[in-house]
Write a protein that binds this ligand. Structure first.
Ligand code: LLP
Length: 441
């Protein structure tokens, strides 16, 4: 169960993933290149499913939070593993549906879904919509009335659990833009409001306390508070929630500052949640809710690496050495946004000792365009391939065309084979939607 990762050093001293030599991948597909390890993704999906089956009698669903990495191939993998998905925009919904993903296993999120997105979701018969505002409740109820639909919904609740993670990825603090707070009574108000809506079928509640969290206790506490809330609402309104969606957020390994979790650890995170919910159900004398969870990062994060070609190397004596690569914040904005840390390796020279610390810079016209600061690396030269590890989550999905750089291609590797799952953008793709008004021609 421990062997999740197919990353290894092969006989040539090269980094290998999914049985593929990364130097050969770089030669064949070019760089920058996102590489995804299919076995890893499947193993993580199976781990969560197994834990849910063994610790909660299978009375629930694993939803892959596809904001971490959304493309048709990953929805196909989710489908074949029997997991559902969480989508958070019309674009993610479209991608899932066009990959043939069944609408009833899709949960739709968003703190400000547009009227078009709501209409698209209802017309597509999306299984569950997670409501996060009065405006949305009104719009959705009217839309359902007009289309003769009874829509299953959950309400996004803020349980007020502060998890230790970056402020931008905390979502259950008192000032969060997400959800309705249990503590200040707004959760109960919206619950009553939704119960009064004729076309919305309230199934239960959702919460998500944040991302890249390692403390089991934070998840357990959130489950605890949500169960207390379900019991309190039952008492005050008579409504008993049949669904509890506990969100995602399990952390992954980026650098030695993070714990390196095994599949068993992730299995146990979920087990701890299941155990707590079972105990609370008994204690509060309420039914065990159908349990949904939404892991994103932990399913795809460590499955992905990014390969770059080293370009210019700039030494600023006594200050630092910049190693510039052919990518940057347009394919991975996470250092620029969160000062996230990454492990970087010389993919073609894995056994060489790290002799110095360098800063990996991107090619954008911006000083903040950095991939990693002061990372240990062996001697590298222009033309060498370096790999940044754990880039599977929130890299491609947060990529942009800044400076009109092309978003790189992605390949899926498995058993020594590599297949393109996202083509590299062409210059034509980048300028495709530009329009020159007549008067400027
Ligand atoms: N469910 C909901 C409602 C969410 O908002 C999220 C993440 C997830 C599930 C999945 O959480 P995960 O298992 O991936 O931690 N861009 C940031 C991460 C933002 C996460 C947003 N919501 C980053 O690059 O770290």
């Amino acid at each position: 169960m421990n062997q999740r990762n197919t990353l290894k050093i092969n006989g040539a001293g090269h980094l290998e993933i999914g049985g593929c030599d990364t130097i050969e991948l770089a030669e064949k597909f070019g760089t920058p290149l996102y590489v995804f390890d299919e076995a890893y993704i499947r193993n993580m999906m199976r781990t969560y499913k197994k834990s849910l089956a063994e610790n909660y009698g299978g009375n629930g669903i694993v939803l892959y939070a596809s904001k971490a990495f959304s493309c048709k191939a990953v929805y196909k993998i989710a489908l074949s593993e029997g997991v559902g998905v969480d989508v958070v925009s019309g674009g993610e919904l479209y991608t899932a549906l066009s990959a043939g993903f069944p609408a009833d296993k899709i949960y739709m999120h968003g703190n400000n879904k547009t009227p078009e997105e709501l209409e698209y979701a209802v017309k597509s018969s999306v299984g569950t919509i997670v409501v996060d505002s009065y405006l949305e409740a009104d719009r959705l109820d009217k839309l359902c009335a007009d289309s003769g639909v009874k829509q299953n919904v959950l309400i996004r609740i803020n349980p007020g659990v502060e998890a230790h993670t970056h402020a931008y990825v905390q979502t259950a603090t008192p000032d969060s833009k997400f959800g309705f707070s249990i503590a200040n009574g707004t959760a109960e108000d919206i619950t009553r409001y939704i119960l009064s809506k004729g076309n919305l079928v309230l199934k239960g509640f959702h919460c998500h306390i944040g991302s890249q969290i390692f403390e089991k206790q934070s998840f357990v506490l959130a489950a605890d508070k949500m169960m207390d809330y379900i019991a309190a609402i039952k008492k005050s309104t008579g409504f008993e929630a049949s669904v509890l969606n506990i969100g995602g957020g399990f952390g992954i390994y980026y650098t030695d500052e993070d714990p390196k979790l095994t599949s068993e650890d992730y299995y146990n995170y979920l087990k701890a949640l299941c155990d707590e919910i079972k105990v609370k159900a008994e204690e509060l004398n309420i039914g065990r809710p159908f349990l949904a969870l939404e892991p994103g990062r932990s399913i795809v994060g460590e499955a992905g690496i990014t390969l770059y070609t080293v370009g210019a190397i700039k030494e600023i004596p006594a200050i630092k050495t910049y190693v510039a690569v052919d990518g940057g914040m347009f394919d991975n904005p996470r250092y620029a946004l969160y000062q996230s840390k990454y492990t970087v390796v010389a993919a073609g020279n894995m056994s060489a000792p790290c002799t110095r610390k360098v800063t990996i810079a991107g090619k954008c016209c911006e000083s903040g365009d950095i991939i990693a600061v002061d990372v240990p690396l062996p001697e590298v030269h222009s033309g060498d391939i370096i790999a940044v590890l754990s880039t599977g989550a929130y890299n491609y999905s947060m990529a942009s065309n800044y400076n009109r750089n092309a978003i790189p291609q992605a390949v899926l590797v498995n058993d020594g084979k590599a297949e393109t799952i996202i083509k590299k953008q062409t210059y034509e793709d980048i300028a495709r939607n530009d329009v020159i008004p007549e008067r400027l021609k």
